[in-house]
Design a protein around this ligand. Structure first.
Ligand code: UD1
Length: 453
């Protein structure tokens, strides 16, 4: 296979985002847009080089978290896409195979599309332009074609009235045979409407050298460029629709697909059912047969086979729910293992805990895990029963088969099979309620009469 280098341009200022955050760090499906592009090119087996702007330390950090050690070039002045690619000279000079230039703000491009570009280059094309037909082509470079080949890309500002009628536009993604890129890139000038070094001029230069320039047309949704908040929302919506389709094709039931929101890394096995209005943050894995009831919010969690979650459950990072377990309504679980077949059915907080198999956690039970500075562990052994409205003040252990009576505040360990009472004993006073009500009624009457006088 021919070696591939991907040069990702990320130096744009993104002023239209009106944000303190560089535009390529805005998330789609919980992942920065630049990381989507990196993920796709790395999955294609490509090497990568990234061009960032002068104040882009955060972008550099994001790049290195996905592609440790990837060369990063700084473009100190934004003089155009051709100038941006020049900054990666050390990388493309060393490349032995093809080079693809991509934009960091175009997160939905697929590995399949990159493979098609590579196939064209392998098949004899010297350059490949990835084209698309946006609803409104204003602002995009137009592909000038003849006999199925491209001979120039005309930027909107430089195009004639006739050229502006062309619907086929440049997505910005261009593939080159390495020697073609090296032979044209330094010849690109900046005498155009914007006074910029246009990478797109590489096409006309290469065509002038007698090179073959192909184009591939893909669906506009794959090429949404996130350069304002509206495009960000479009990219998110498209990403979510794709994931919903992927999951349904893989055997997951979504009762109301449009109301379920996935993260870029959500993993769901077949025969899982997801009810309406469920949101997944990053790091979720769900095993076969589990049911996620409506209005649950789940991140960083593993959900075992046939477990039942929600409605209205909140699973936070490192929640690990065992097979056949049940986490019911208004329950929050954080950094806790819930054993096989265990039940936490109503109104509980379970954090920093290990809950054994077949444990029953009653309504309103709280693990008191935090003293304002430190976190402490709660361990509940297999088969134990924690009565409703109890507090387990960590660090504390309840042994296997133990029973905590309702309303207890447990501060000491409970040994296996023991029953713990940690509440004051009840006393009943016969007739006292009646006496009390009569006194209260008389007091109320007296105050009403006093007001009348
Ligand atoms: C570019 C293309 C145009 C195409 C359009 C698709 C050129 C000259 N034009 O236009 O044909 O239809 O994209 O969206 O290439 N960037 C840098 N450094 C720079 C300039 C840009 O890194 O000096 C990066 C930006 O971060 C961005 C990308 O290149 O990711 C595109 O830049 P932008 O200025 O948005 O290009 P367009 O004018 O939209």
């Amino acid at each position: 296979m021919t070696e591939l280098l991907s040069i990702i341009l990320a130096a744009g200022e993104g002023t239209r985002m009106k944000s303190a955050l560089p535009k390529v760090l805005h998330p789609v499906g919980g992942l920065p847009v630049v990381s989507h592009v990196l993920r796709t090119v790395l999955a294609s087996g490509s090497q990568v080089a990234v061009v960032v702007g002068p104040n882009h330390d955060a972008v550099e950090a994001a790049v290195h978290s996905w592609a440790p050690g990837a060369p990063i070039a700084r473009q100190h002045e934004r003089l155009g896409t051709g100038h941006a690619v020049l900054q990666a000279k050390a990388s493309y000079d060393a490349a032995s195979g093809h080079v693809i230039v991509l934009y960091a703000d175009t997160p939905l491009v697929t590995a399949q599309t990159l493979a098609e570009i590579v196939a064209r280059l392998d098949g004899g094309a010297d350059m490949v332009v990835l084209g698309f037909r946006p609803k409104d082509p204003t602002g995009y470079g137009r592909l000038l074609t003849k006999d199925g080949r491209v001979y120039a890309i005309r930027e909107h500002k430089d195009a004639s009235e006739e050229e502006r009628k062309i619907g086929l536009c440049n997505s910005g993604i261009l593939g080159f045979r390495g020697d073609t890129l090296r032979s044209v890139i330094e010849r690109i000038g900046n005498s155009n409407a914007k006074g910029e070094y246009y990478l797109t001029d590489a096409v006309e230069l290469a065509a002038g050298d007698g090179k073959r320039i192909d184009y591939i047309e893909v669906n506009a949704n794959e090429l949404i460029g996130v350069d304002d908040r509206s495009k960000l929302a479009q990219a998110e919506a498209t990403f979510q629709e794709l994931r919903r389709d992927d999951f349904m094709k893989a055997g997951v039931t979504l009762k109301d697909p449009k109301s379920v929101w996935f993260s870029y890394d959500t993993q769901i096995a077949r025969d899982v059912t997801i009810e309406p209005n469920v949101v997944f943050g990053p790091g979720v894995t769900i095993e076969e047969g589990a049911v996620i009831h409506a209005f649950s919010h789940i991140e960083g969690a593993h959900i075992g086979r046939n477990a039942s979650i929600g409605p209205f459950a909140r699973l936070r990072p490192a929640a690990n729910i065992g097979a056949d377990a049940k986490v019911g309504n208004f329950v929050e679980i954080k950094k806790a293992d819930i054993g096989v077949g265990a039940k936490v059915s109503h109104l509980s907080y379970v954090g920093d805990a290990t809950i054994g198999a077949n444990v029953n956690i009653g309504a309103g039970v709280i693990t008191v895990n935090y003293d304002g500075f430190n976190k402490y562990q709660t361990v509940v052994g297999d088969g134990a029963f924690i009565g409703s409205n109890s507090s387990l003040v960590a660090p504390v252990n309840v042994g296997a088969g133990g029973f905590v009576v309702t309303g207890s505040v447990i501060t000491e360990d409970v040994e296996a099979d023991a029953m713990a009472f940690a509440r004051s004993r009840q006393t009943n006073k016969p007739g006292r309620a009646k006496e009390f009500f009569e006194q209260a009624k008389a007091k109320k009457l007296a105050s009403k009469q006093a007001k009348k006088v």
